[in-house]
Design a protein around this ligand. Structure first.
Ligand code: GLC
Length: 742
């Protein structure tokens, strides 16, 4: 198969022409059932046209004006999908017109792009979003991303990433929702709802893509793209639940991952892509490979040739080949030789066409060529970005209530490499984000307090040994009332292929913090990062310490809102901050140990710096005792939380279940529910967790079948715990999943 615009072979065209002349063209009838439209169109396609449908190219990388004509000419009218990097509707329509008007059957392309946490309005990185525990804002941010994307020709985003990450040396921890399977699933499902809306053919909807299926975050040692060792039990207990939640939420697509699972690459795994995804979960969308992951099967040593890689991938259930042309170059000969049945190709094409019809691409392939100001960064989008960012910040230390700064903090010495920095505040995978849109922390504080109240001195680089700025910074601190230090990571230090052996910030940053602390003024340290970093030594020097992650376009305003006290921080960690890099992997829901109080490293503390779920507020919340009552076959747990502090605030109650004894060793506790409520100062609210044994007390066995066993359980919230007994026989809710009792 040639890679240029393909000339469909004459015999096939005759066959197809006959087919396409027989009977009404149902596929063009919007009133016809989608299934019938798919089958009618499929019956008219030649093999070559089908092979183009399962092929994705990338386009628009070089959108230099005088390259567009050449680039557009290079795009085949038959290619099924484009990884579309341009933001210009006119270019999109030009490319789509080729597919719709120049190809024989007029099948539109589906254009995809990595709008991971925003398209042009950049929201906080997903790891930060998880720390907000606000699924409503997360969903809204994804619906804004969908609207901005589709207005620029992107009908499909390669998001949400729901890889459960427990080794923060892995740079892609930034892109997911942290260490917990349940939280990752809830956030991933919210993202799917946000992207896809009520109907995929809405002008504000795009197809979501659950990735990376599956097990990518287990890359050995946190080193990207490395092999993994994942037991079937861990696969079902930890790795797969967020993907199942995303499928249940209706995700239209899934992306297969680069990694293997204990030797079988995900992109060639019939178990994952067919038995689990299709047979067990009834997933009805399509699977796209990750970038080149079909071709890479050769590097992984499971395919000697591209043809073998092609055969293994498509037979496993991988429907679309991202940018390596392995399907384009090999499927025709594999089918001709009988190695691959054309029925396998038909099934892949069927799934892709189904999503295209559902997106409304056949009725509305083109988009309105709106001016930029009508396509993105609308004021309400910025407001949403600002509000979400403020909710993602996690207050880690606040000695002597040095925060909030209030309305009149006096003079602020604003220091550090992230103080007047737009680019790094956006975080990795920042879509079409533009640093010129970003409100820096300097901008935000000046806007809040006025230019005369903020004295900015960078003072310290991200790394290296240039300490020449220290003295000017210290002088500024001496002339001010409080120092705010903006420290942390460059954007490039996390994200793809950004594994780091050490979680410590560069020494120069720690030295700078120590020097500034010696000036004797209150020190507020803000940490902007794409991952947990080593904070124990910094916490000793800081009066206040807050993780602001990579907050995106409105980051500076969000920082000003929280530092001033206009917004009371409510973030809680979705990932553990280990004491040090050596304490990796560290996560809260460890499986029970034979000797829980032994076996820790002798040379560092056995507890993390800040654990999963940790986060302070400007007020204090007091938890009452947990009440647990049986209600029929369920249990209801309740706890009263009182705001006993000086400020209104929001509190998220994390409900955990601990299964004391089971047929296999279970994690010490597992998050099963959470709820966030606003509680005015002096008032109380009751939080309630309805425990359904089939859903909340069962666990998957190594085949993914749910097991429910009698025994003693604890329900835990806010450091309080209450035990209860589950006695069987217990009627099992068959709608949940086939469960068996032991
Ligand atoms: C990358 C990433 C994946 C992304 C894809 C397309 O290599 O692994 O997350 O969606 O390629 O850019």
């Amino acid at each position: 198969m040639t890679k240029s615009v393909s000339i469909i072979s004459s015999a096939a065209v005759i066959v197809a022409l006959v087919a396409s002349c027989t009977g009404a063209e149902v596929y063009k009838d919007p009133s016809a059932p989608v299934g019938k439209r798919v089958e009618d169109l499929l019956s008219r396609m030649t093999r070559e046209e089908k092979i183009w449908q399962v092929t994705q190219w990338t386009y628009g990388k070089n959108m230099n004006e005088n390259n567009v004509e050449k680039e557009t000419k290079a795009v085949s009218p038959y290619v099924g999908s484009i990884l579309f990097r341009s933001t210009n509707p006119a270019y999109y329509n030009m490319v789509q017109r080729k597919a719709v008007e120049e190809s024989r059957l007029g099948i539109p392309m589906i254009c995809g792009f990595d709008a991971i946490h925003g398209y042009r309005t950049i929201f906080p990185i997903p790891l930060a979003q998880a720390c907000s525990w606000d699924t409503d804002l997360v969903e809204k941010s994804c619906s804004v991303t969908a609207a901005e994307s589709r207005r620029s020709g992107v009908f499909w985003t390669f998001s949400p990433m729901v890889d459960v990450a427990r080794d923060s040396r892995w740079g892609r921890v930034a892109e997911g929702y942290g260490e917990d399977p349940y939280l990752s699933g809830v956030m991933g499902a919210a993202a799917v709802r946000g992207y896809q809306g009520e109907s995929l053919d809405s002008d504000n909807s795009i197809a979501a893509c659950l990735k990376h299926f599956a097990g990518y975050a287990y890359s050995q040692g946190g080193r990207d793209y490395q092999y993994t060792e994942i037991s079937s039990q861990s696969l079902w207990e930890t790795v797969l639940p967020p993907f199942e939640a995303g499928v249940k939420a209706g995700a239209a697509t899934v992306m297969s991952s680069f990694n293997d699972i204990s030797g079988t690459p995900a992109s060639a795994s019939p178990y994952l892509l067919t038995e689990v995804l299709r047979d067990k979960w009834n997933f009805d969308g399509f699977v796209v490979s990750d970038w080149g992951s079909v071709e890479q099967l050769q590097s992984q040593g499971v395919a000697a040739t591209p043809a073998e890689a092609c055969e293994k991938a498509i037979e496993a259930g991988l429907d679309m080949d991202m940018v390596d042309d392995v399907y384009l170059d090999n499927l025709d000969s594999l089918i001709t030789s009988g190695a691959v049945s054309e029925k396998v190709l038909d099934e892949a094409v069927r799934r892709i066409l189904m999503v295209k019809f559902r997106l409304g691409l056949f009725e509305k392939p083109y988009i309105e060529e709106l001016p930029e100001e009508e396509r993105w960064l609308l004021p309400e989008y910025r407001t949403l970005a600002r509000n979400l960012a403020a909710e993602t910040f996690v207050l880690l230390e606040n000695k002597d209530e040095v925060l909030p700064l209030g309305k009149k903090p006096g003079k602020i010495a604003l220091l550090g490499p992230l103080a007047d920095n737009a680019y790094d505040l956006m975080g990795s995978w920042n879509g079409q984000g533009d640093s010129s849109d970003v409100v820096t922390i300097l901008d935000g504080l000046v806007s809040e307090y006025g230019r005369n109240s903020v004295k900015y001195v960078r003072g310290c680089p991200f790394e290296g040994n240039d300490r020449s700025g220290f003295s000017a910074a210290k002088a500024a601190v001496r002339s001010c009332d409080v120092a705010v230090l903006c420290m942390g990571e460059r954007m490039k230090w996390s994200g793809e292929n950004a594994s780091r052996a050490s979680l410590a910030l560069p020494q120069i940053q720690e030295d700078f913090i120590r020097e500034i602390a010696s000036c004797g003024k209150p020190v507020v340290v803000l940490i902007s990062s794409g991952r947990p970093v080593e904070l124990s030594r910094i916490a000793e020097r800081a009066d206040a310490l807050m993780a602001i992650w990579q907050p995106g376009t409105e980051g500076g305003n969000a920082v000003a809102d929280v530092l001033s006290g206009k917004v009371n921080p409510s973030g809680k960690l979705a990932i553990t901050f280990p004491y040090s890099s050596e304490q990796q992997p560290s996560f809260y829901n460890q499986r029970r140990s034979a000797r829980p109080f032994m076996g820790h490293y002798q040379d560092i503390p056995k507890t993390p710096a800040y654990e999963f779920g940790y986060g302070l507020s400007y007020t204090d919340f007091e938890y009452g005792e947990i009440r647990v009552n049986a209600e029929g076959e369920n249990f209801v747990a309740e706890v009263d939380v009182t705001n006993i502090g000086p400020a209104d605030g929001s509190e998220t109650v994390l409900w955990f279940i601990s299964d004391h004894y089971a047929s296999i060793s279970r994690p010490v506790k597992e998050l099963k529910h959470f709820e966030k409520q606003f509680i005015p100062a002096g008032e109380s609210r009751t939080f309630r967790f309805e425990i359904e044994p089939g859903q909340h007390l069962s666990y998957p066995d190594s085949n993914g079948d749910m097991v429910l066993e009698k025994g003693t359980f604890s329900v835990i919230a806010g450091g309080h715990s209450a035990d209860f007994e589950l006695k069987l026989p217990y009627r099992i809710d068959r709608t949940q999943k086939q469960t068996k009792t032991i």
